[in-house]
Design a protein around this ligand. Sequence first.
Ligand SMILES: NC(=O)c1ccc[n+]([C@@H]2O[C@H](COP(=O)([O-])OP(=O)(O)OC[C@H]3O[C@@H](n4cnc5c(N)ncnc54)[C@H](OP(=O)(O)O)[C@@H]3O)[C@@H](O)[C@H]2O)c1
Length: 345
Amino acid sequence: MGVLFGKPFSLIPEFVWRNALKHLPIPPMVTGQMSRVDVPGRVVGRIITVPLTPKQLLTLPRSQVQGRISAAIDKARDLGASVVGLGALTASASVGGRAFAKRDDIGVTNGNAFTAAMTLQAIEKLTPRLGNDPLIAIVGATGSVGSCLTRLYAHKHPGRLLLVARNERRLQLLADDVRRDDGVEAAISTDMMDVAKADLVVLLTSSPDALLRSEHLKPGAVVLDDTVPRNTDPRLLKARPDVLIVDGGLVEVPGFDLRGSIALAPKLAYACLAETMLLSLSGHQGHFSIGEAQVDQAEHILNLANQYQHLGFHLAPFRSFGRLIEDGQFTPEATGIKEDAICAA
Ligand SMILES: NC(=O)c1ccc[n+]([C@@H]2O[C@H](COP(=O)([O-])OP(=O)(O)OC[C@H]3O[C@@H](n4cnc5c(N)ncnc54)[C@H](OP(=O)(O)O)[C@@H]3O)[C@@H](O)[C@H]2O)c1
């Protein structure tokens, strides 16, 4: 399930379009579909778009927003789906799907367990290039993906963490947990300026706009941006050629043909969508990841990815703003990425 990232008809002024979305009872729309390459023509999944912008999802009254998402879930059920995944900010707007926990007509997942697992793998691929004892900032650490990633990382690695979000109490509780359970060095901050100390910045925030600015980045920093819509602005590439921005949360699924509204390269899927696909393939019944994604759910979904590896479900080669980063080329200059060649999805 997704949200609208742009208006479909360019002649309609932006404010008219936004107001229409807010006030008119526009129903959820099927905007994409997928089939298996080995069974062409048989639709096995659909993308349903909630007709609201990312900003409206986070700022309109919760009951109104959750009503719109619920209508999209109804549509998935009516189309015969057994499981529905909450893509982009539909998870944040429904408290990680908790708002739908009482539904028993369809299984709901926020897709965040597999996202956390894939993000950990991306961090593990990036850290050897960062020098000794790098500081990793997880921005949005207390969120559904962020908290699961923080725990997964702390279970496996002794490295230094900086946990960032706005709510200090939640940060403190999470940091206490991982210090006590795993003995890791975990600092906390509610100030984005502290991110400038980090060698690797992992973005897991639920902001509708670009949050990470040039002044938040140390010279030569690497950014792993999982956010949808992305919280990094392509202009950063020009302003900070020393910084590498990697698109996070992307999985290769060559066994599937995905068509429609997901603005990604062929054979790529967001990790949250991949989680939903895996649950459907395995015949999962009932809800899966609701609220904070759990470490055991990340382990379970990784096992499923292993079971269905003939269809893909592995971390995609790194891209920056959609452009492939060749192996060994590690700076934006080396990738040849230019600002005018970038389409921010
Ligand atoms: N690529 C993928 O497949 C994929 C999959 C799942 C999710 N995502 C994306 O990942 C992001 C996180 O998703 P989620 O479901 O984990 O969201 P979430 O549960 O709502 O968590 C958001 C986190 O960001 C923090 N935050 C929000 N605004 C902030 C700000 N202005 N400054 C600092 N921290 C801020 C929140 O804490 P405070 O409220 O305390 O600030 C919280 O820790 C979203 O952009 C989502 O679309 C991508």
